[in-house]
Ligand binder design. Structure first.
Ligand SMILES: NC(=O)c1ccc[n+]([C@@H]2O[C@H](COP(=O)([O-])OP(=O)(O)OC[C@H]3O[C@@H](n4cnc5c(N)ncnc54)[C@H](OP(=O)(O)O)[C@@H]3O)[C@@H](O)[C@H]2O)c1
Length: 234
């Protein structure tokens, strides 16, 4: 039986490329997204909603047999004419809340859906796409309050989850990863003057994500990884 990987946020630029890469590497994919698709391997749901936890858990309970891991791609940076803050004056509670809903809570809800399905002998891998700008240690520029704060919250969630699941099932591995700057709806307004040699195609980014995913181990759990495989301080 082929191993399967669950890709959450499967209709974003990186999510789609990760699905393609996983298929090339010989995995079956299960997908969760807000996008409609008529397939038994796809669940159309808004992971930001509390009701999604029970619905995802029911759906996953019948699909756990060959599931080896999760790659969570959901993230949010701008919408309409609203984008990341340049200074404190621009920070507002609604925008911060919206950022936390997608960048943090959608990851929390999926983990809660899986929680009761994890057995003691599980070797499940969980990889959440975070961002280097979510590293507190790495922050030398400031700005982008809501994105940075919501990714930093995601990072702390990942650390906690790695500890809790690691206690219950010592073979599990839970990490966050910085995928590298990749042209997408999320990055588009900020990459116009970005050096071309530091802008990576969705295919290359997906290849790197799957490579980090495949190298995951219980020993390397609870860390934030760069796309080159090195560890970024939290
Ligand atoms: N692109 C970059 O340069 C870059 C750099 C650093 C980190 N990242 C991170 O990489 C991840 C993927 O980003 P991307 O570049 O592929 O961006 P994208 O094309 O804009 O995709 C956005 C992703 O977020 C999900 N999403 C957006 N709003 C949502 C909502 N309200 N509720 C639930 N899900 C929502 C989408 O899921 P659906 O399938 O439901 O559409 C999709 O997976 C993000 O976490 C981002 O922060 C990207």
């Amino acid at each position: 039986m082929q191993k399967s990987v669950l890709v959450a946020g499967s209709h974003g630029t990186i999510g789609k490329a990760v699905c393609e890469r996983l298929k090339l590497a010989g995995y079956d994919t299960l997908t969760i997204s807000r996008a409609q698709e008529t397939s038994l391997s796809h669940l159309n749901i808004a992971m930001t909603e509390p009701e999604s936890v029970a619905a995802m858990s029911n759906w996953l309970s019948e699909r756990m047999e060959n599931l080896v891991g999760v790659i969570h791609c959901a993230g949010f940076l701008h919408e309409g004419d609203k984008g990341p803050e340049k200074n404190l004056k621009q920070l507002n509670a609604d925008w911060l809340h919206q950022s936390i809903q997608v960048n943090t809570i959608s990851h929390v809800h999926l983990a809660q859906a899986l929680d009761s399905l994890i057995r003691r002998r599980s070797e499940l891998r969980w990889l959440s796409l975070s961002a280097k700008v979510g590293s507190i240690e790495d922050n030398g520029l400031g700005g982008w309050y809501s994105y940075r704060m919501s990714k930093a919250a995601l990072n702390m969630f990942i650390k906690n989850l790695s500890i809790e699941w690691g206690r219950r099932a010592s073979g599990t591995s839970v990490i966050a990863m910085h995928p590298g700057t990749t042209p997408s709806a999320l990055s588009e307004p900020f990459t116009r003057n970005w050096p071309k040699d530091k802008l990576y195609s969705p295919q290359l980014t997906a290849e790197r994500i799957v490579s980090v995913f495949e190298s995951m181990s219980a020993e390397g759990t609870g860390k934030l990884y760069h796309h080159d495989g090195s560890v970024i301080p939290w």
